[in-house]
Design a binder for this molecule. Structure first.
Ligand SMILES: Cc1cc2nc3c(=O)[nH]c(=O)nc-3n(C[C@H](O)[C@H](O)[C@H](O)COP(=O)(O)OP(=O)(O)OC[C@H]3O[C@@H](n4cnc5c(N)ncnc54)[C@H](O)[C@@H]3O)c2cc1C
Length: 381
């Protein structure tokens, strides 16, 4: 393999470039990125950036050693196609990058609320999204956050810390119940109320009201919530449209084996865009740690031309909200027995283990980092 193109120049893409060099690849390396910025970190966007305690310079992922990557950076130019026969990545500016190997690391795009675009309606994925939302929050608006998942909860938490009138709307009976199970999700839902944030569950958004600028959110049950700013935290879709017609199989993410190899030889996929086969089924992780850890495995397989390594770590993510850190690792399934093993949910500090057939299947901690680290090891084992 004489040349590799990494498409998507963010967390997973940078990790792939580093892994290629670390594993001895000394051919031509090109990183293609749709955004004009060098790789930056996204988790602070919904936390410190909204609070105004971090700015763009604090997000940089590159360090001085990355100069040794000797890579060609094609930033601000999205890839528009992959021609597997010519082994070439086509770019929006009409140029192409010829490459024997391709790493797909194009991440995900935020889902948007249906309807015509209205001023005051925000998503949160990029530096620009966070800057725009932060700007809107400084004028003291009434905020409605649509979606009570992690990004919605973090945005609501930042709004509450800024003293804003904040409502979270969640279509499901309880936010995060699918991930954490109803009992533990209820403890996380309590965090909203404790911070003075209204949480409205079990009703979706019917439409946004306003001409040119959002004025209110109308719920499916007819209620109208006045809003100056709306944040859509309703998930993200894999950025894989550019692969249409390439032969790379896509089904809610680029379909990969347990080592990141796709249906096309010489093409691997990593990070939020990738759906890897795991012992628990096929999973698109959408977590920072997976985007950091998958590239070394995928690159090894790319260079070997075969699946010689698989990624087997249980999924892990964290979320910082309302002054506590929520951490979760493993895979919960319906029917798991969940036990609080340390602390007290009423005190907003506890660790819980999900058990299946007598073994730990997942671990949750709220503001209990040391217990979490200890319990997580039992999962890995
Ligand atoms: C606001 C926010 C907060 C988060 N907080 C946490 C957290 O607390 N904990 C946690 O575990 N995870 C968190 N995450 C998730 C974590 O940031 C992601 O899992 C991680 O960014 C995935 O990295 P990635 O490189 O796969 O994708 P991305 O970071 O999405 O990067 C993909 C890159 O590819 C580019 N791209 C897209 N299409 C093309 C194309 N056609 N051609 C070229 N380039 C393209 C994109 O512009 C982007 O720069 C958060 C995510 C967000 C958005």
């Amino acid at each position: 393999m004489r040349s590799v193109a990494v498409v998507g120049a963010s967390l997973a893409g940078l990790g792939a470039a580093r892994a290629l060099r670390a594993q001895g690849f000394d051919g031509a390396l090109t990183l293609v990125g749709a955004e004009p910025h060098p790789p930056y970190d996204r988790p602070p966007l919904s936390k410190a950036v909204l609070l105004g305690t971090a700015g763009p310079a604090d997000l940089d992922l590159c360090d001085p050693a990355d100069a040794d990557l000797a890579a060609e950076w094609r930033l601000g130019v999205p890839a528009t196609g992959l021609d597997r026969h010519r082994r070439s990545v086509l770019l929006a500016d009409g140029t192409e990058v010829r490459a024997d190997g391709v790493v797909v690391a194009t991440g995900a795009l935020p889902r948007r609320l249906p309807g015509p675009p209205l001023a005051g309606v925000h998503v949160l994925r990029t530096r620009e999204d966070a800057a725009a939302l932060r700007g809107a929050l400084t004028s003291g608006p009434r905020v409605v956050v649509v979606g009570g998942g992690f990004i919605g909860a973090e945005a609501a938490s930042a709004c509450a810390a800024l003293g804003l009138d904040t409502t979270v709307v969640e279509a499901a009976p309880l936010p995060l119940a699918g991930v954490l199970g109803a009992e533990m999700a209820a403890h996380c839902a309590d965090l909203h109320a404790a911070a003075g944030v209204r949480l409205l569950c079990g009703t979706g958004v019917a439409r946004l009201l306003g001409t040119g600028r959002v004025r209110a959110v109308e719920l499916a049950d007819g209620r109208r919530l006045p809003a100056d700013t709306v944040v859509a935290g309703i998930g993200a879709v894999p950025a894989a449209d550019w692969l249409a017609g390439s032969g790379v199989a896509v089904a809610d993410g680029v379909v990969c084996d347990g080592g990141g190899r796709t249906s096309v030889p010489g093409v691997v996929a990593v990070g939020d865009v990738a759906r890897w086969r795991t012992p628990g089924g096929s999973v698109r992780a959408e977590h920072w740690t997976a985007a950091v850890e998958q590239p070394a495995v995928a690159v090894r397989n790319l260079l070997a031309g075969a699946t010689v390594a698989e990624y087997r770590r249980p999924p892990y993510f964290w979320s910082d909200q309302y002054g506590v850190r929520v951490q979760f690792a493993g895979r919960r399934a319906p029917g798991d027995t969940v036990r609080v093993v340390e602390g007290d949910p009423a005190q907003r500090s506890f660790a819980a283990v999900y058990e299946r057939a007598g073994a730990a299947a997942a671990v949750l901690a709220v503001d209990r980092a040391r217990a979490f680290t200890r319990l997580r090891r039992t999962l890995t084992a």
